[in-house]
Design a protein around this ligand. Structure first.
Ligand SMILES: C[S@@+](CC[C@H](N)C(=O)[O-])C[C@H]1O[C@@H](n2cnc3c(N)ncnc32)[C@H](O)[C@@H]1O
Length: 369
């Protein structure tokens, strides 16, 4: 029920065409007109400032504001489509979607979080968001699949209890005071959150609560032990980065925006009810997740990796010019058994290129053209 092989741009094209038509018809915004682009850019910047603001912890999207509608349609929705495809691609490496019968997209907005799911799905959001979503949706069978109700979804879940339900929260937890209790009734959950220190650290703390409530983390973590970034640092936050796919209209928009999105960041979790024993789940062997960009230092380069509860770095000496390891944040890698962890420096020193292998090459958007 997922189709991650199709080229993203072609996959989203009908939706993006509809968005352009709606912008033109309902908001008189032509993405190819310089003056219109500036007006749109101002709306995007205002909403972006609201999301970035440190004043309110909750970043509520005011859908009743026409400028916000415009900004979300033209910009935020498109970026979140790319983020959720990245998460789907990573989770799919572990057959995460196998057995899922129904998707519940909570705080669905325009449906970016669950766009890659092509099976039955229900969208939960407020009526204005629904109305906008309905105009661009090309994969929703009937209006019955939209729900405008608040947090208590117990009745809905009871109705669906015979089905295996995947809950998706894409940038919606950030609008809520806390996660709803009913999340523990879901079989699988995907959370996608902005990569912002305090928000991402809240997600890392939620990870621990989920593990204590019979869930196991499928991605990005390769282990179920305590999160080392949470344990050993007060500042670190786990986040991923992907290369952004930019069609021409998006590039034009960025020329009038102070924000540039050559790459996109996000924090995420894909979890499921524990299916294997703890012993089996640790059988990922030498797998590790790259959790930083390269950190150049005197005489060497370091890259933070996550493999277990310890804070660890992969390091390569600069004088060793034979080493060519070009890993990027978010990638899954495999470490050779011959490598040693040096406790004092928290480093795993790589001497040869073949000691570390990349496991996942596809970042989900790289083949967009
Ligand atoms: C930033 S938007 C994200 C939209 C979409 N999921 C995406 O990834 O682009 C957050 C959404 O959560 C919705 N939301 C927040 N609290 C909600 C609640 N209690 N019930 C339903 N929707 C809610 C908002 O209306 C908004 O559409």
């Amino acid at each position: 029920m997922i189709d991650l092989k199709s080229k993203p741009y072609l996959f989203w094209k009908s939706q993006l065409d509809k968005i352009q038509n709606i912008l033109l018809k309902n908001y008189q915004m032509n993405l190819y007109d310089a003056q219109n682009l500036r007006t749109l850019a101002a709306a995007i910047l205002k909403l972006s400032d609201h999301y970035q603001s440190t004043q309110d912890k909750l970043k509520i999207t005011d859908w009743s504001d026409k400028k916000n509608q415009m900004a979300y349609l033209a910009y935020f929705h498109f970026l979140n489509l790319q983020r959720s495809r990245r998460v789907f691609t990573q989770a799919d490496q572990f057959n995460f979607f196998q057995g899922v019968e129904l998707v519940l997209d909570f705080g669905s907005g325009l449906g970016a979080g669950s766009y890659d799911w092509k099976g039955e799905k229900f969208f939960f959001d407020w009526p204005t968001a629904h109305r906008l979503h309905q105009q661009i949706a090309d994969d929703v069978p009937s209006p019955d699949h939209w729900r405008s109700q608040d947090l208590d979804l117990s009745d809905f879940l009871a109705l669906k209890q015979k089905k295996s339900v995947l809950g998706i929260f894409s940038f919606s937890l950030v609008e809520m005071k806390s996660w709803p209790e009913w999340i523990f009734n879901l079989d699988k959950i995907i959370f996608i959150e902005p990569s912002v220190q305090n928000i991402s650290r809240d997600l890392m703390a939620l990870r621990q609560t989920l593990i204590e409530n019979s869930f196991q983390v499928v991605a990005p973590c390769v282990h179920q032990e305590a999160c080392p970034m949470l344990t050993y640092s007060k500042k670190d936050w786990c986040h991923d980065r992907l290369d952004t796919f930019q069609p021409d209209w998006f590039k034009a928009l960025e020329t009038v925006l102070p924000i540039k999105n050559q790459t996109l960041t996000l924090s995420y979790l894909a979890v499921q009810k524990k299916m294997v024993t703890q012993k089996e789940s640790q059988s990922t062997g030498g797998n590790a997740r790259v959790v930083s960009d390269w950190l150049p230092e005197k005489g060497k380069s370091r890259l933070m990796i996550c493999q277990n509860q310890h804070r660890q770095f992969l390091s390569a000496l600069k004088r060793n010019s034979e080493i060519n390891i070009e890993f990027k944040r978010g990638q899954l890698i495999q470490l050779d058994d011959s490598l040693d962890f040096m406790k004092t420096s928290a480093e795993i020193r790589v001497e040869r290129t073949d000691q570390v292998k990349e496991i996942i090459a596809n970042n989900g958007v790289s083949d967009g053209n």
